[in-house]
Design a protein around this ligand. Structure first.
Ligand code: SF4
Ligand code: SF4
Length: 329
């Protein structure tokens, strides 16, 4: 595994970061013992950086896996809007992860310059937390070009997570080329660029997963890449791509033929944008939320990119306990 350094304390971040949203109770519902085993396996393969956020509900799994491991770097995030909310969330993060100091802590999912101004209190506390020694590296995460460009202007920002992938899926206000220009501005200002959504929440996983991952790992403006994983095969394949190694035929085959399952998170806002883009009429609305008929979904990946809330994911169907029984017709 290759590593890069970030911040004044030179934190050692693995180029491949493990996104934990998929292993938590929101998505995969992996039993905690299995989730801890998968994280431990990933660490043994050289992945030392793990990504979470308060909404992911995976801090407990990380604490169980890495409580006394000084080599693990955790990227945590908060959707806080006020000074007090950020103060409370950083304190909760330290308790839940059982740490004295946070490694990397970000203002989560900043949507626009206006949104950033409205969350000024939360950002101010984050800066204070760094000065007080509670956090080593600070920054923000975003799905917009507008905020990526804003981050380049903010002196205190060290680390930026931006939605970036082969097709530009999930970028809310522009395309891949526009985000590349913003990434170039960030790099020119010495920021650390972390790509999130490299597979667009699994939407690129059916036909393009290898090409999509090679694109981000080989991109000159990207320092590290966060990928959600729920299986050992994914860990093996993603490590190989991060290390520019070839992937064994059997592993390639197994990932390409893997059964998948579409999951819609409860942060769906009921906008209905996904309904008309589905070519197989697998999506419908119920009580103000989008639902899926799994048998009709062919994992084409068209619905995820139109979702303004990033609420739709395609994840491996293996290792899952049965969920959402109301999905069947
Ligand atoms: S992945 Fe394709 S087939 Fe499945 S629900 Fe989304 S748009 Fe429909
Ligand atoms: S596009 Fe996203 S937010 Fe809108 S209804 Fe579909 S899942 Fe919900």
């Amino acid at each position: 595994m290759r590593y890069v350094r970030v911040g004044s304390e030179n934190l050692r971040v693995s180029r491949l970061c493990f996104g934990t949203l998929q292993i938590g109770s929101l998505l995969a519902q992996l039993p905690i013992v299995q989730a801890v085993e998968l994280l431990t396996y990933a660490f043994e393969k050289g992945i030392t950086t793990f990504d979470t956020a308060r909404p992911f509900r995976t801090r407990d799994v990380l604490a169980n896996a890495f409580r006394d491991n000084p080599d693990v770097i955790i990227i945590d995030k908060s959707p806080a809007r006020t000074y007090e909310e950020m103060e409370r969330d950083i304190a909760e993060s330290l308790v839940e992860l059982d740490r004295d100091e946070a490694d990397i802590f970000l203002l989560y999912d900043v949507r626009s310059r206006e949104d950033f101004i409205l969350r000024d209190g939360a950002w101010n506390y984050l800066k204070e937390a760094k000065e007080m020694g509670l956090v080593k590296v600070i920054g923000l995460s975003t799905y917009t070009v507008e905020v990526a460009e804003l981050a380049a202007e903010l002196e205190e920002v060290d680390f930026v997570q931006v939605a970036f992938n082969l097709t530009g899926a999930g970028i809310l206000d522009g395309d891949k080329e526009a985000m590349e220009k913003a990434l170039a501005k960030l790099k020119a200002k010495g920021k650390f660029n972390c790509a999130i959504k490299p597979l667009a929440g699994g939407m690129l996983s059916r036909d393009y997963w290898q090409k999509a991952l090679e694109f981000v790992f080989n991109h000159p403006l990207i320092d590290c890449v966060c990928i959600g994983m729920t299986t050992y095969d994914e860990v093996d394949a993603n490590c190989a791509i991060a290390n520019s190694e070839s992937i064994e035929f059997d592993l390639q085959n197994s990932l390409s033929q893997m059964r998948r399952r579409l999951v819609i998170l409860d942060w769906c806002n009921g906008c209905e944008a996904c309904i008309p883009v589905c070519p197989t009429q697998a999506l419908y609305m119920q009580s103000g939320f989008a639902k899926v008929i799994q048998d009709r979904c062919d994992w084409c990946g068209k619905c995820g990119p139109v979702c303004p809330e990033q609420a739709i994911f395609l994840i491996p169907a293996t290792n899952l306990v049965e969920i959402e029984t109301e999905e069947s017709d």
